[in-house]
Design a protein around this ligand. Structure first.
Ligand code: NAD
Length: 357
């Protein structure tokens, strides 16, 4: 199915309102999810909504929470997410961090126990739009491990993403490096399983620690594990994210004594936001960034039709394409999404209408 992004936004908003969200919350959550679909990250798009609504029903996700500052030293801030929608907690927290960075030149902000913060690039982009540099380290508590440490054979931690974003200059786009530290994000394993596709070699281990291509292994018992990107280097970054986000937010880590029995997704995040103009003058930033990207991107491509890109380009290209031609939604994801809409009382005719316009 191909569905217009506006219609997905409308339907997602109606589901969220019916599931108890008020005020800006339905809009913030639906926009964040559909924007992830537009960016090409279906793993973090509307396919997450059935899981969110299920978590509202079990009490793991609390609608209508707001970012609560629990530690405040001016340029050092900790925020409690109260297991609220990450799209609300993330937006409000970033706005606090942006304001502090504008005041002090830098802000270190940690968030503890927000429900799923979604696509972390969205938070980097929010800082970049304000003209700020940012780095974000994320871990997950609340569900069993998904990713095996280098040289390990079973899952110990989650896909712990890292994001670093540089604002656009007059001649260059923003750079948005936003990546899971696992070879692929767990959501992409779910999407592959929903589509009945196999994954490439080097991505998964089965429940016995043996290599497999079958995404179903992550849903079996005992479950398999995803491997870290780039062997020990990716493992190192995953561990850094685990500790920076889990320890220094106060939200806790993947160790088993913390609560991981459920299938919930609480994110902790450790962010550093900097006003680049307080480090070097703007003229230098403009000229040096522009010349560097020109130099790097002028490397002759190995394949003619695949030029050198900068991080953030694939998402921008997908956004342009999908805004025009609609968002492809696979059958299983749509079935779960429609089922979720029905479960909260959105009428079938409304779902059919929005899917067919
Ligand atoms: P990915 O592998 O698709 O992309 C990773 C990065 O590589 C992006 O910055 C992208 O712009 C860049 N990139 C891709 N192709 C490129 C190319 N040819 N040249 C230069 N750069 C290129 O992303 P992923 O690792 O699958 O992560 C997907 C999303 O999942 C991210 O938005 C991440 O934040 C999110 N995530 C969230 C959580 C959470 O707990 N909230 C956990 C894991 C992942």
């Amino acid at each position: 199915m191909i569905i217009k992004h506006e219609n997905l936004r409308t339907l997602a908003r109606e589901i969220l309102s019916a599931a108890g969200s008020i005020g800006d919350e339905p809009q913030l959550v639906s926009d964040n999810l559909v924007d992830a679909n537009l960016a090409g990250h279906d793993s973090h798009g509307i396919g997450m909504l059935p899981r969110y609504v299920a978590a509202v029903h079990t009490g793991e996700l609390t609608p209508n929470q707001h970012a609560k500052v629990i530690v405040d030293h001016g340029m050092l801030v900790t925020i409690d997410g109260g297991a609220g929608y990450g799209q609300v907690i993330g937006t409000e927290s970033m706005d606090i961090a942006i304001e502090r960075t504008q005041k002090y030149g830098v802000c270190v902000m940690t968030i503890q126990r927000s429900f799923h913060l979604g696509r972390i690039g969205a938070w980097g982009e929010r800082c970049a739009t304000a003209g700020l540099l940012s780095m974000h380290h994320v871990n997950v508590v609340g569900h069993p491990g998904l990713v095996a440490p280098y040289r390990g054979s079973d899952a110990r931690f989650a896909t712990n993403p890292y994001c670093c974003t540089l604002p656009a200059t007059d001649t260059t786009p923003s750079i948005v490096l936003d990546m899971a530290t696992s070879v692929i994000a767990q959501g992409k394993v779910r999407v592959a399983r929903n589509k009945g596709e196999l994954l490439p070699d080097g991505v998964l281990l089965d429940g016995q620690g043996q290599p497999t291509n079958d995404p179903q292994t992550m849903f079996d018992s005992p479950p398999g594990a995803i491997q870290t990107v780039g062997t020990y280097k990716g493992y190192g970054l995953a561990l850094i994210n685990e500790l920076l986000a889990g320890v220094f937010s106060g939200g806790g880590t993947c160790r088993p004594e913390n609560d991981h029995a459920n299938d919930t997704i609480l994110n902790n995040m450790f962010s550093v936001i900097i006003d680049p103009k307080r480090l070097v003058d703007e003229e230098f930033i403009q000229s040096e960034t522009g010349a560097t990207l020109t130099h790097v991107q002028s490397s002759p491509p190995l394949a003619k039709e695949e030029p050198v890109l900068v991080p953030g380009d694939p998402e921008r290209m997908s956004n342009t394409l999908r805004r025009q031609s609609g968002i492809p939604v696979d059958e299983e994801s749509w079935r779960l999404f429609a089922e979720c809409a029905l479960s909260v009382g959105v009428p079938q005719e409304r779902i059919t209408k929005l899917a067919s316009v």
